[in-house]
Design a protein around this ligand. Structure first.
Ligand SMILES: C[S@@+](CC[C@H](N)C(=O)[O-])C[C@H]1O[C@@H](n2cnc3c(N)ncnc32)[C@H](O)[C@@H]1O
Length: 284
């Protein structure tokens, strides 16, 4: 988005930007609200804390009157992607949105076969962008797989020691319904047959998903278990040259799952940093 804006300020350079890039820059700015100078941050402490318990009745009262307690977030913080926005369809940073676009564009240009998937979509913004890139470049063959419980993160599974103290399941704002995500796709005119939803826990849905090959595998499930439950059934389906994007590599559980999986499978493809948390590699 910032790239497109700076180009617009130099009209002579505008001619070098394609309509596809202009559309995708504008879309990214809409999805994370950076185009509107920022977003709002929902004030919602975890329910089992003292502040959370005290805030609950206040929150119920506010909800009754369709009110929310929010603070203003600047466009710079939006671009950094370090908060959970109140209205935006994605919490991804500018760099992570750019990385999705660049990966899919490279897959199209280099003819790397396969569909696109994000495991952990929240309000759907990352997958809306995936569908938009296909639309922008007229790719009618690849599908976008949208995998989520649509009810937030799971409680830690005793089988995964790394998740023992994970608290993500307590955050109600991480639970976004399938209807809401479908409506977000429709808002941008991008809900069609090329978009496939996989509702349920990854451990149940991903092993049986009718996915043949993947050009882009994007993992954004935060936890050790959610990362491993996606890597195990899906990594073997990634085409040579395909992209494996890890959103949460800064989180200890996710990082452990990725490092273990790579070590166990002898994967030495270079890990490339996207921003303070996301990394990706290309499968040889
Ligand atoms: C951080 S959010 C994803 C953010 C999103 N990619 C975006 O563009 O803003 C994590 C999502 O992963 C989902 N999730 C995490 N673990 C899961 C699991 N084991 N099964 C299904 N969904 C899971 C949650 O429901 C939540 O929507």
């Amino acid at each position: 988005m910032f790239a497109a804006l700076s180009r617009l300020m130099h009209p002579l350079r505008l001619a070098t930007v394609s309509p596809e890039e202009l559309y995708l820059d504008l879309l990214k700015g809409c999805l994370n609200r950076s185009a509107f100078g920022g977003d709002l941050h929902m004030l919602q402490p975890a329910a089992d804390t003292l502040i959370g318990r005290a805030y609950l009745p206040v929150q119920r009262l506010l909800h009754h009157f369709e009110l929310r307690l929010v603070s203003r977030v600047s466009a710079e913080r939006v671009a950094a992607g370090k908060y959970w926005p109140a209205t935006a369809e994605t919490m991804l940073s500018q760099a992570r949105l750019d990385n999705i676009q660049e990966s899919i564009t490279a897959a199209i240009v280099e003819k790397i076969p396969g569909d696109l998937i994000e495991t952990g979509v929240w309000r759907g913004g990352g997958t809306i962008l995936m569908r938009a890139v296909l639309a922008a470049y007229g790719d009618t063959t690849r599908r976008v797989w949208v995998a989520d419980s649509f009810k937030g993160l799971p409680r830690p599974d005793a089988a995964y020691a790394a998740d023992a103290s994970d608290q993500h399941w307590k955050y109600r704002e991480l639970a976004v319904s399938l209807d809401e995500v479908r409506a977000n796709f429709a808002r941008y005119g991008l809900l069609d047959e090329q978009v496939r939803f996989l509702p349920g826990w990854f451990a149940d849905t991903l092993p049986a998903a009718p996915i043949e090959r993947l050009a882009v595998l994007r993992l954004d499930g935060d936890m050790y278990g959610s990362t491993m439950d996606a890597l195990v059934p899906l990594y073997p389906k990634v085409s040579p040259g395909g992209f494996v994007i890890i959103d949460d590599y800064e989180l200890a559980g996710c990082r452990q799952a990725v490092d273990e999986y790579r070590a166990d499978h002898g994967i030495r493809d270079e890990l490339v940093s996207v921003d303070h948390t996301a990394v990706f590699w290309r499968k040889r």
